[in-house]
Write a protein that binds this ligand. Structure first.
Ligand code: ADP
Ligand code: MG
Length: 730
């Protein structure tokens, strides 16, 4: 095979730079796909863009809609380059651009000397970014993405040619490899290299989705014949990438289904029926749907491995309990694990109470129980007297011996790792005579996970979702206040306490060291309890307290010994204090979106109207003039605004994913997700959904990929698993 350096336009230096990017052979160049395209047709005119924005423009930042995530593209020529002196020795660089419908400004706040050298009058630029309208009604882009379009390219795209844009690394740029030269090099080799690329999807799939063949796909990705051809080619590549990943996932799931036995549980359980008939409320249709899904799994003879997602307060516990009763009536034991002792206790008391007229023994197993009491508990678990065992991690210590433990529920945890699962299964197995069996596992989480991630990172689990809330819930009213409004906020606190409610005041830990954090927590508490809220009883809760001190503080709050609980984020997951109806979150700009949502879920748990007030710096009132970096203040703004607009955890999770990206949310390494080259976990939910269904159907009908029409899939999958790449080369 020809080596890179002999390709026309490459040579040894450039070849070396390309190797650093993982391009070793000419065919790798074919797979060096553009990251985006310059297409005359995707750009808006300045006039139409400013009209669009004006329609949604806002007077007051916190009162109206903003186009949150839209990126806009315009093509315009530089008309003026201007360096502007700002107060405080600061400078900004302003480019004024025009097309034949109007003008826009591009503003640089940083690296001004660098940009001054690059931009000159008369250059034609392609801009993509998020513009704002300034007080003179002019569109401003600050630090947008910019491509300079040279004369030759201009001629091409005036003709309507779609031009690919390649990622150019610093090393590539240093030896003169720019987008245009890469385009030329690829055009030099494509005719020679393309014949060596072998089709990597079966015919029936290409036909089913109307995808072009691989050769045509690759050609169109570099040199699009048309917008339509480019789009289907790109979809094919994305689909293919995610399909192989998902086939891999489905195959491992299938393997479990083929090899493992699950306890067959009859869903027609007398106890479940009885509890159901005596509930003081109607189950929501989502709750019923999920019970059905769990019952189906448990009846199937295969072990269940299911994630139940439902926002705080959506009613997951009763779903768990009803399905637990099915298992108990079938003669088995069940375990319910909570993340903290106090939550375990709450669940224990709650379940005991709901089953008080049933002849079913409920036990509690947590750390720190007295030796004698513990011994009795362990005995009752072992001889099978206790049917439901509620507890913390203590449940999974090796000295605990179960008696036919067939169902394990893990509450408030959305990542239950492979190893933890394996340990748990081992422990459960010791309680059976027949070691082929595997217990049913239900992991419950109140942290909504965006759909793209449940389909991929959580692909090994079946997922149930409770979307709708019980009818009697009043949505929490959320507002944003600036620090200068704090006196008002504190007045509201006083009025709520006087009406008999309790209040959370939460603030972030900003200090680097634990010592300083502790000091900050204590100082804040002293200030609030001694100065602002002298007349009320205040409690303190922070991360540096011992676990039992934390639990004591929470319990005291629950028992109404405090009016106000001043706390760091440690209350995030936790306890139900129905009487708390107001949460103040200070320095709200420092919290992540999901975290804000989790915190807010601590109120609104009784029937009363609840409130959440997000307090932030006055700085954020005027993002353009504040000293904070523009992108940061926009992200803050988006987070706070989203909180006021919705209480739907799934919507919030999607926004969060868009703001932070999947790597940050999941910790990509930890999640077991490969780094996808083409699939975008933020925006490609549709493609992923279709691929998921396809992968499922394929493995369902041909579990070992033995059918002739799946030969391509089987061969490539083996390669995929080994190399994480799937374009076959003859
Ligand atoms: P979470 O999903 O956060 O664990 P819980 O299971 O603790 O929520 O339920 C919150 C509260 O809502 C509980 O007091 C529970 O009894 C109540 N609840 C559950 N389902 C319904 C329903 N369908 N209608 C009314 N209240 C419900
Ligand atoms: Mg719960």
């Amino acid at each position: 095979m020809e080596s890179l350096q002999y390709i026309k336009g490459v040579g040894p230096k450039r070849a070396e730079a390309l190797v650093k990017e993982g391009i070793l052979l000419p065919r790798d160049l074919l797979l060096y796909f553009p990251r985006s395209y310059i297409d005359r047709n995707t750009a808006s005119s300045i006039a139409s863009l400013s009209k669009q924005l004006q329609n949604s423009n806002q007077k007051d930042l916190f009162e109206s809609d903003v186009i949150l995530y839209s990126e806009f593209v315009i093509i315009a020529r530089i008309y003026m380059v201007q360096t502007v002196n700002l107060p405080g020795n600061r400078k900004m660089l302003k480019l004024v651009l025009r097309d034949n419908t109007g003008s826009v400004n591009i503003i640089f706040w940083n690296r001004i000397q660098f940009f001054e050298k690059i931009y000159q009058n008369g250059q034609l630029l392609l801009i993509s970014g998020k513009p704002e309208i300034d007080k003179y009604g002019i569109l401003n882009f600050s630090h947008p993405e910019i491509d300079i379009i040279d004369n030759e390219d201009e001629a091409l795209f005036q003709k309507g040619v779609i031009l690919p844009k390649y990622r150019i690394s610093e090393g590539m740029a240093n030896c003169g490899l720019n987008i245009k030269i890469i385009r030329q090099i690829i055009s030099n080799i494509i005719d020679k290299e393309l014949p060596h690329i072998v089709e990597s999807l079966p015919d029936y799939i290409l036909q089913q989705f109307n995808f072009p063949a691989i050769k045509s796909t690759i050609r169109n990705i570099h040199f699009p014949e048309s917008k339509e051809m480019l789009e289907v080619s790109r979809s094919r590549v994305k689909f293919e990438e995610i399909l192989y990943f998902l086939l891999h996932v489905e195959l491992s799931k299938q393997r479990i289904k083929l090899n493992d036995f699950g306890f067959v549980i009859n869903p027609k359980s007398k106890s479940a029926r009885r509890l159901y008939d005596n509930l003081p409320f109607q189950l929501t249709s989502d709750q019923k749907k999920v019970i059905r899904e769990i019952a189906d799994d448990m009846e199937s003879g295969k072990p269940m491995n299911r994630l139940l997602q439902g926002d705080v307060g959506s009613g997951k516990t009763i779903v768990a309990l009803l399905t637990m009763l099915m298992v108990i009536d079938a003669g088995y034991q069940v375990v319910f694990m909570a993340p903290t002792e106090i939550l375990a206790e709450q669940h224990y008391l709650n379940i005991k109470n709901m089953l008080k007229d049933f002849d079913i023994e409920v036990a509690q197993l947590v750390g720190g129980q007295k030796v004698k009491a513990r011994r009795t508990i362990l005995e009752k678990i072992l001889d099978g007297t206790s049917k439901i065992i509620v507890g913390t991690h203590a449940l999974f210590q090796s000295e605990v011996r179960y008696n036919k433990l067939a169902y394990v529920i893990i509450d408030e945890q959305h990542r239950f790792g492979v190893q933890q699962r394996a340990d748990l299964i081992e422990l459960a197995k010791q309680s059976y005579d027949d070691k082929q069996f595997i217990p049913h596992i239900l992991v419950m989480s109140a942290t909504p996970i965006p759909r793209t991630l449940t389909m991929t990172a959580y692909g090994d689990l079946d997922v149930s979702i409770i979307k709708s809330m019980p009818k009697n819930r009043k949505p929490i009213i959320t507002s944003i206040k600036f620090e200068s409004n704090l006196p008002e906020v504190y007045d509201f606190v006083r009025s709520q306490i006087k009406s008999g409610f309790q209040i959370y005041i939460v603030y972030p830990l900003v200090e680097k060291s634990e010592k300083m954090a502790l000091k900050a927590a204590t100082e804040h508490y002293e200030y609030l309890s001694n100065e602002i809220f002298k007349e009320f009883k205040c409690g303190l809760l922070h991360g540096q307290m011992f676990w039992y001190e934390k639990e004591d503080a929470m319990k005291a709050f629950l028992n109404k010994e405090y009016d106000i609980l001043i706390s760091t984020t440690v209350i995030e997951v936790g306890i139900d204090v129905p009487n708390a109806n107001l949460m103040i979150i200070e320095n709200a700009e420092r919290f992540g979106l999901s975290q804000l949502h989790q915190l807010r879920g601590r109120v609104g748990r009784g029937g009363d109207q609840s409130y959440c007030i997000l307090v932030t710096k006055d700085d954020f009132k005027y993002p353009l003039s504040s000293k904070t970096k523009i992108d940061d203040s926009k992200a803050v703004f988006t987070r706070l605004k989203t909180m006021t607009e919705t209480t739907d955890g799934f919507k919030i999770a999607e926004v969060d994913l868009k703001l932070r990206g999947p790597g940050d949310i999941m910790g990509t390494k930890q999640s077991g997700l490969p780094e996808f080259k083409f699939i975008d976990l933020v925006n490609d939910a549709d493609v992923i959904g279709i691929a998921k269904k396809t992968a499922y159907q394929i493995i369902e009908t041909d579990p070992l990929l033995k059918n002739e029409n799946n030969t391509i899939l089987r061969n490539n999958l083996e390669k995929y698993i080994k190399h994480k790449t799937f374009f076959d080369i003859a």
